[in-house]
Design a binder for this molecule. Structure first.
Ligand SMILES: CC(C)(COP(=O)(O)OP(=O)(O)OC[C@H]1O[C@@H](n2cnc3c(N)ncnc32)[C@H](O)[C@@H]1OP(=O)(O)O)[C@@H](O)C(=O)NCCC(=O)NCCS
Length: 379
């Protein structure tokens, strides 16, 4: 058989596998998980139920959801050695470095770390997902000189995370906001970090290695780091009167506005649509309406300036205000993205392993041939 692979920089035109998890139509602005519209899930589902949907290709019935929730709750508390390790991390470490290290370290205390069976992979996926909130919150409290809060296995995933982080139970609005953000970020096709996880798992490595790979990939500002950049931009603008000159000045200088544009969506990012209405309520409740209004004004200016070119707000634009209104430090925004996307990463790994094929593209060698080996003294 002959075949002629062609160069596809950035794999923009490569379909690397089939998946039943999420569907994206970037022209119409559609995102579905297992065929269910993201807006419908954000309104009606919970992160636990959405994760079940992604991992099982269908919604659970009540007893299945109860059992799945119980399995996650039972794994909230990382091993003692991990709590000790958190205390040894420098307090000025970037949280994403801390989180990547801690997820990797979880494997050291899991006797099933190298068990490749589907059942063990499912249990490990639950463990990594369930323990991630304690890793993020534990490190944040450690760096602030606060005592750890113990995970509470009677709480839902979002509620447990906020409690671990702040020491207080969230209000109903805060809890719903957290849950919505978790649902909206849970999966997004073969994005860079998911693909990175698949490259690792396709070598028949292990779930911990795959998720650790993905965290390292998500960290970059071209991927998961954009929500932090949006918040820094809003802070830099500072007040309403400065919005217009700031945005117009940037556009004139051909600089990008953070939280706008998307490689896949050329219509509005459907995740941003729901988040926008939700964020308004949350900002009002938490005294951050000025941030919401500033964001709204940026959107209006951008719509008039570049909307016709398909540059619209993306999920990061309004999630930044949401996280900030929830009282999260800006450098926790990307770790929070990790917490949600573990659902997608683990789901894709388990799905891919059903028909595993080693991911190994080629490169187009453009260097010289038939070069002499030149002795050291003659170079
Ligand atoms: C996400 C992103 C990388 C997608 O990029 P892409 O599809 O490869 O598109 P490009 O970066 O090539 O941009 C195409 C054109 O739109 C413009 N554009 C894209 N995003 C823009 C933005 N946020 N603000 C202003 N102009 C933008 C570019 O300047 C370019 O203009 P040109 O044709 O005159 O050179 C890009 O939109 C971006 O950098 N956005 C800001 C960062 C961000 O919010 N990332 C989170 C994504 S979820």
């Amino acid at each position: 058989m002959t075949f002629a692979p062609s160069l596809d920089l950035g794999l923009v035109n490569t379909i690397a596998a089939e998946s039943k998890m999420s569907f994206i139509d970037g022209t119409k602005g559609v995102l579905e998980y297992v065929g269910i519209d993201i807006d419908s899930l954000a309104r009606n589902s919970t992160f636990e139920e959405t994760t079940y949907l992604l991992w099982n290709s269908r919604l659970p019935n009540q007893s299945e959801l109860d059992e799945f929730t119980r399995q996650i709750q039972a794994e909230y508390d990382p091993p003692n050695e991990i709590w000790d390790l958190i205390k040894r991390i420098p307090t000025d470490a970037v949280p994403m470095h801390a989180l990547r290290t801690l997820v990797s370290a979880l494997s050291l205390f899991d006797p099933e770390a190298d068990d490749p069976s589907p059942e063990a992979n499912h249990r490990k996926s639950i463990r990594i997902l369930a323990q991630c909130p304690a890793l993020i919150a534990g490190y944040d409290r450690h760096r602030k000189g606060k005592d750890f809060v113990e995970p509470d296995s009677s709480l839902g995933f979002a509620e447990n995370f906020v409690t671990l982080l702040t020491g207080d139970k969230p209000t109903e609005t805060m809890q719903k906001a957290m849950d919505v953000c978790l649902i909206l970020h849970a999966d997004h096709g073969f994005n860079a970090s998911t693909f990175a996880a698949l490259v690792t798992i396709s070598t028949l490595s292990d779930m911990y290695s795959a998720v650790t790979t993905a965290i390292g990939t998500l960290k970059g500002p071209l991927h998961g780091g954009a929500n932090e950049a949006v918040m820094h931009m809003l802070k830099e603008i500072g007040e309403m009167d400065k919005v217009e000159p700031f945005i117009k000045g940037k556009l004139e200088r051909k600089e990008k506005i953070m939280g706008f544009g998307h490689r896949v969506y050329k219509a509005i990012d459907p995740r941003a649509t729901y988040l926008k209405t939700f964020t308004k309520q949350l900002a009002e409740d938490t005294g951050n309406l000025d941030l919401y209004e500033m964001s709204n004004k940026i959107e209006t200016i951008m719509k008039a300036a570049v909307g016709a070119r398909g540059i619209h707000p993306n999920v990061d634009f309004y999630s930044a205000t949401t996280y900030y209104s929830l009282g999260l430090d800006i450098d926790l925004f990307t770790p929070l993205f990790v917490m949600s996307r573990i659902s997608g990463w683990a789901g894709h790994c388990m799905e891919y392993l059903q028909h595993n094929s080693l991911i190994r593209p080629r490169c187009d060698y453009v260097g010289p041939h038939e070069m002499p080996y030149v002795a050291m003294e003659e170079r």
